[in-house]
Design a protein around this ligand. Structure first.
Ligand code: ADP
Ligand code: TRP
Length: 329
C-alpha cells in the first residue's frame, strides 16, 4: 500500500470545483492507500491572519471535508500544528534549501509582488515546510494541482540532497498522485473559465438552496439556437458540462436534444441544473450543520489524527536527527 500525504489550505469554503475536482478523488483514494490529510494552519500564518479567526477557519474547513466524505476510520486526518515534529523537520530541511532557489519559486514571486509589505521568511521557506509535511510520513505520492507541482519538485530536490549529503537512501522522492482520466474541470457559470474562489463565481457546499437557485439562474447564455445542431456558446457549454457532473445522463440528453432541435428554453435548463446541484449539495450541507456543532466529535477526530500522525512523525525526526549527528547526552 502506498503512503499519500495531502495538505489542505485552511481558508475559504469549498465550492463545487473543489468538491468534484479534488475532494471526490480524495474520497476514492483513501480506500486503497495509507492517506494522511491535514489542515495546513502553520502555512496560513504566512499571510498574518487575524488570531481570532484562525481556529474558526480550521474548524470550518475540517468540518466541510469530513461532511463531504473524508473518513477518519480510513485515513489519518489531523491539524498540522497538532504535530510539532513537522516544525523540527522543517528546521532541519532548511539546511538543504538554498535561498537562491527559494527566491525563484513562482508562488513566492507572485505573493511577494502582490503583498510587498509582507515578504516574510515564512513565505520564502513555504516550500520547505511543505516538504517537511510530505517527508515526515515518507510519502510515495502527493495529489497536487498545477500550482503545486513546483513545490513537489522542490520536495524531491531536498530529499535527494539529504540522501546524497549523508550517503543514505532515506527519504523517498515523492511523486504526484495520478488521477488519470478522473480529473475533471468544473466550469463557472459566468461564461468564462473554471469555477474558483478568486474568480468569484463559486457555488459553495454551504450555500442555501435559494442561493444556489439564484446563482444558477444568473448563468450566462445567448439568445438561443436558431439552426438545428448549431455550436454552443461558452456559457451554454458550461451549463451542460456542469449538468454532466451533477445530473442523470437521460436528463442531460433530454436537454441536448432540445438544444439541437432549437426548442430549448434556457430557463427550464437552468431550473433543472439548480435542482440537481441542490440534490448533490443538500446532504453535505446537512452533515456540515450536524458536525460543526459536535465539539466532541471534532475533538475525537483531531486527537486521534494527531496521535496517528505523530507515530510516523516522531520516528522520522528521530532518524533524521541520528543521520545528521544530533545525539542526546
Ligand atoms: P480555489 O482557490 O478556487 O478554491 P484552489 O486553487 O485552492 O481552488 O484548489 C483546491 C483544489 O481544488 C485543487 O486540487 C484544485 O485542482 C481543485 N479545483 C479548484 N477549482 C476547480 C475547478 N473549477 N475544477 C476542478 N478542480 C478544481
Ligand atoms: N501548498 C498546498 C496548497 O496551497 C497545501 C499544502 C501544504 C500541501 N502542505 C502540503 C499539499 C503537503 C500537499 C502536501 O494547496
Amino acid at each position: 500500500m502506498e503512503t499519500v500525504v495531502s495538505g489542505i489550505r485552511s481558508t475559504g469554503n469549498l465550492h463545487l470545483g473543489n468538491y468534484f475536482g479534488a475532494l471526490r478523488n480524495f474520497i476514492k483514494m483513501q480506500q486503497n492507500n495509507r492517506c494522511f490529510f491535514f489542515i495546513a494552519d502553520y502555512h496560513s500564518l504566512t499571510t498574518h491572519p487575524d488570531p481570532s479567526v484562525l481556529h474558526d477557519n480550521v474548524r470550518s474547513i475540517l468540518t466541510q471535508y469530513l461532511a463531504a466524505g473524508l473518513d477518519p476510520e480510513q485515513s489519518t486526518i489531523y491539524v498540522q500544528s497538532d504535530v510539532p515534529e513537522v516544525a523540527e523537520l522543517y528546521l532541519l530541511l532548511n539546511m538543504q534549501a538554498y535561498i537562491g532557489e527559494l527566491g525563484k519559486t513562482a508562488s513566492f514571486k507572485d505573493k511577494a509582488r502582490k503583498n510587498p509589505d509582507n515578504v516574510n521568511a515564512g513565505l520564502l521557506t513555504y516550500p520547505v515546510l511543505m516538504a517537511a509535511d510530505i517527508l515526515l510520513h515518507k510519502a510515495d505520492k502527493v495529489p497536487v494541482g498545477k500550482d503545486q507541482e513546483q513545490h513537489l519538485e522542490m520536495t524531491r530536490l531536498y530529499a535527494r540532497r539529504f540522501n546524497n549529503r549523508y550517503g543514505i537512501e532515506f527519504f523517498p522522492e515523492s511523486q504526484p498522485y495520478n488521477f488519470g482520466s478522473e480529473l475533471i474541470k468544473v466550469p463557472g457559470l459566468d461564461g468564462s473559465g473554471k469555477m474558483g474562489k478568486s474568480e468569484g463565481n463559486g457555488i459553495y457546499l454551504t450555500d442555501e438552496d435559494s442561493v444556489i437557485r439564484k446563482k444558477v439562474m444568473k448563468a450566462v447564455t445567448d439568445s438561443g439556437p436558431t439552426e438545428p445542431n448549431s455550436p454552443m456558446c461558452d456559457g451554454v457549454k458550461n451549463i451542460f458540462t456542469l449538468m454532466d457532473i451533477v445530473s442523470q445522463p437521460d436528463t442531460v440528453q433530454y436537454f441536448k436534444d432540445k438544444y439541437n432541435d432549437c426548442s430549448i428554453r434556457y430557463g427550464d435548463l437552468k431550473k433543472q441544473l439548480a435542482e440537481d446541484i441542490i440534490s448533490a449539495v443538500a446532504p453535505i450541507r446537512q452533515r456540515i450543520a450536524e458536525i460543526s456543532g459536535d465539539e466532541h466529535y471534532l475533538q475525537l477526530v483531531t486527537r486521534r489524527g494527531a496521535e496517528q500522525a505523530r507515530e510516523s512523525a516522531v520516528k522520522t525526526v528521530a532518524e533524521v536527527r541520528q543521520i545528521m549527528g544530533i545525539k542526546s547526552f
